[in-house]
Structures are given as structure tokens and as C-alpha cells.
Design a protein around this ligand. Sequence first.
Ligand code: ACO
Length: 367
Amino acid sequence: MYYAHITGWGCAVPEKVLTNADLEKMVETSDAWIVERSGIRERHIAGEGESSATLGVQAAWKALEVAGVRPSELDLIICATSSPEHIFPATACIIQDKLGAARAGAFDLSAACSGFIFALQMAAQAIRSGALKTVLVVGAETLSRLTNWSDRNTCILFGDGAGAFVLQASRQPGGVLSAVMRADGSGASLLSVPAGGSRQPATEETVKAGMHFIHMDGREVFRFATRVMGSATQEALAAAGIDLAEVRWIVPHQANARIIEAAARFLKLPLDRFVVNLERYGNTSTASIPLAVCEAVEDGRIQPGDRLVLVAFGAGLTWGALVAEWSGPFSAERRIRPGLYRLWAGIRSFFRRLSRFLESLVWGRKA
Ligand code: ACO
């Protein structure tokens, strides 16, 4: 029997910071309103040249470095994202190329803000079954590109960033212990990007109407979120056979401080058992949970052996929770040098493109 341990972690956010004071100049709002209703004070926004994949790649290199795992050892890359680079190809494939992960399959997972938990569970199941040994899970977002910056109902909430975990197989018990994944598509219209897909392709009219931006019924999403965060936590704990008292940290999706407070009340837990950093990042969708975990590991709050519950909700509607025992790297001595692998990945990608070009010339002549 194999267990899926989280052995590497890494995060990345763009340099540019957008504060509530900046937003006051863009829409009719105030710092006091945003802080009181959401808890958010600032968020990071991607600059030119930055995208979901570039942030995902930065986070992935850090995670591989912590785990001491070479890109060539990866069996699979799953990128959970609500703001993929394209409808296709998958953002995960772009990340795979940039890492030079020659043996890895790669695909995107779309479950909105619950995506990181769903992706972790899929990776863990593949490892536990014995099918795969080493999986990279990335949550990467540039929601700022889907945000209508003149809509005060949504533009105050979202931010950009990425996080990544490396999961590895071991016969030692621990790692991902259980998870629940849920969906209710009857609430699909409560939070969506209405146009730009196959149902409503982008046209001049859809763009003029701003239908390529995030549309949200904030009150309904809020009510749904407060209903499911606590119950999903309890279900995942029951599946793992673990009592809430044995859990060191709850790491919730960082959407709104009031939603987290409601979950704390439901679970009868003090707020200091929750990892919360949304005041500095806003809602970064699939990146929010790894961003919070990375900070808490780096400042020493999360320690090996700690039991965690990760819990999220999002568009779909989707929600889920995952129970894990924090592992840390298998061997602190095993180091990789990302600089060298980055160079190798660039050379590999260049020669693959060149060989495809030469091949097309030869075939063109034959035909
Ligand atoms: N500044 C000032 N006033 C505002 C702003 C703003 N930025 N936004 C809305 N208001 C106004 C509204 O127009 C409304 O005025 P009205 O009563 O005259 O119509 C009033 O403030 C209250 O609006 P509500 O929507 O009731 O405010 P609420 O307390 O619900 O807070 C919020 C709004 C923060 C959006 C909240 O509903 C929320 O967080 N919902 C959950 C959203 C969420 O988490 N979405 C992400 C899901 S994850 C994913 O998949 C991407």
C-alpha cells in the first residue's frame, strides 16, 4: 500500500500590488467597506509578460527544489486553474515544457476555487493506487485578466498568484488521508464567465456587454459558502477517522474573512486555528490554499506531523475538503539546482521545436 506525501511546496505572486486605496480611485468604493465586508486590504496583479503559466512555473521550481525532485522524475502535472492561458492547450502543458518534465503527462483541472483540493485528491489517488510515483499539482491564476475593473461588486475581491505541491509515493503512513469533492451544477449561473466558450463564443457584442468578465451573485455565493465550508470539513474528517481536536490547522479558501469566521463558528473553533492571509492577496482562486500553506510552513506554524484540513468552495458550484498529515521533504540532503534544469528545459524545448520544423520541411518535400 502506498501513501501520497506532500514533499515540496512553492508559491509565486506578481510584484505589483493593488491596494484598496488604489481601488478607491477606480470605482465607487472605500477601504473601510472592502475591509469590513471582505477582510481584503491589497492584492497582487500580474504585469506585462506574466501569466498563469509563468506564475505556475515559478511556484513549481520552488516546490521541486524543496522536494529535491528533478523535473524528469515527474509522472504527471495537474494544473488547477480558473484562468487558464487558453481554452486549449492546457496551461499544464505549457508548465511541463518550461520545466522540461520529459516523462510527465499534463492536464488542467477546472473546478474553480475548489480546484487545488480536487487536483490534490486526484494526484493522491493515482499515487495510492500504485499507478504513479511523483506528481506535481499547481494552482495558478491571473484572475485580474477576467476581472471587470469597473464592476465594484467583483473587482475588489480577486488577485493573482500561484502555488505548487510535489506529491510522492511512500509506504510510510501519512500524507493525504482523505478528501471529499462535491458539486451542484444547479448553481452554475451564480458565478461564471458567460462568454468566450463554446456555448457563447466571443463576438463584438459579448465583448461590448462585458460577458468575457467574471459575473457573480455575491450574496448567493456567500450564503452557499457559509453553508458548505464547515460541513465539508466534518465529512472529510469522518472519512479519515480523525477528530477535529486532532487537527492543528484549518487552511480555508481565502475568499472572504466573514466566510472563514462563519466556518469557525460552525465548527466551534477559535479563529487562531485557521491560516488566514487574504488581507494581503485577496481571492486567488486555486492558488489561495497553497499560498496560505506556504506562508504557514515558512514561518514555522505548520510542522511535520501536523494534521491539516484544506477546505474550499467555488464556481460550479463546487466545494471540497482534504485531510493531510504534513510530511516535508523525504531527504533534506537531496538537492536539485533549478538554474541548471531551467537551462536544460530551454535547450530541450528549442531542439524539439527545431526538429518539428525540420520534420515538416522533409514531409513537405515528400508530399
Ligand atoms: N464598495 C461599496 N459598496 C459596494 C461594493 C463596493 N466594492 N460592492 C457592493 N457594494 C454595495 C452593493 O451595491 C449593495 O448596495 P445596495 O444594497 O444598495 O444594493 C451593498 O454594498 C451591499 O452589497 P452586498 O452584495 O449585500 O454586500 P455583501 O455584504 O454580501 O458583500 C461580497 C459583498 C464581499 C461580494 C460578499 O457577498 C462575498 O464575499 N460573497 C462571496 C463571493 C466569493 O467568495 N466569490 C468567490 C468564489 S470563489 C471562485 O470560484 C472564483
